[in-house]
Design a protein around this ligand. Structure first.
Ligand SMILES: Nc1ncnc2c1ncn2[C@@H]1O[C@H](COP(=O)(O)OP(=O)(O)OP(=O)(O)O)[C@@H](O)[C@H]1O
Ligand SMILES: [Mg+2]
Length: 151
């Protein structure tokens, strides 16, 4: 596992490789317990790298049994659990929605939920300081390089 760290003894960023969607879900499940209400997680990486797969791992690890799929007819989903609510946003098309009020994010970002945001660049400056940033890259076939940066 490669890593880089700041002056503190704690690693702030690390990378690892997964070889299947299940492994990426598993990594997400391991990170889920560190997330709390109000946290924002940015998910970056090209199409099909596994951002939604990562969200699925987090949601299920929090005990929420809903199916987790890409938002298609809206910019997001909310998964409501007994103890936690997760907002899942995909802002891929937001650049084309110039007429939309940026306030539409407000339905998903109330500060009371864990918010996982795919393609967050469209909302640059509106999301606050992220708790985690996840960058996923293709590494051939089912391999993915996953960089986790902690703020
Ligand atoms: N190591 C891996 N990690 C994650 N997904 C993988 C991996 N190997 C193969 N896959 C497959 O890659 C696809 C990832 O799709 P997913 O919808 O999660 O990507 P995405 O990054 O959300 O894409 P988009 O930008 O279109 O929203 C799935 O079909 C998944 O099964
Ligand atoms: Mg996706």
């Amino acid at each position: 596992m490669g890593h880089s760290s700041d002056q503190r003894a704690v690693a702030r960023s690390w990378t690892l490789e997964t070889s299947s969607a299940q492994e990426t879900e598993g990594l997400a499940a391991e990170l889920a317990p560190m997330l709390k209400a109000g946290d924002v997680v940015l998910l970056k990486g090209e199409l099909g790298t596994g951002k939604t797969t990562f969200v699925r791992g987090v949601v299920h690890a929090l005990g929420i049994k809903d199916a987790v799929n890409s938002p298609t007819f809206s910019i997001g989903h909310r998964y409501v659990g007994e103890h936690t609510t997760v907002s899942h946003l995909d802002l891929y098309r937001l650049g084309m929605l110039e007429e939309e009020d940026p306030g539409l994010l407000g339905d998903y970002l109330t500060g009371e939920e864990i918010a996982l945001i795919e393609w967050p660049d469209a909302a640059h400056g509106l999301l606050g300081e992220p708790r985690l940033e996840i960058k996923i890259s293709h590494r051939g076939q089912d391999k993915r390089l996953i960089e986790v940066s902690q703020r």
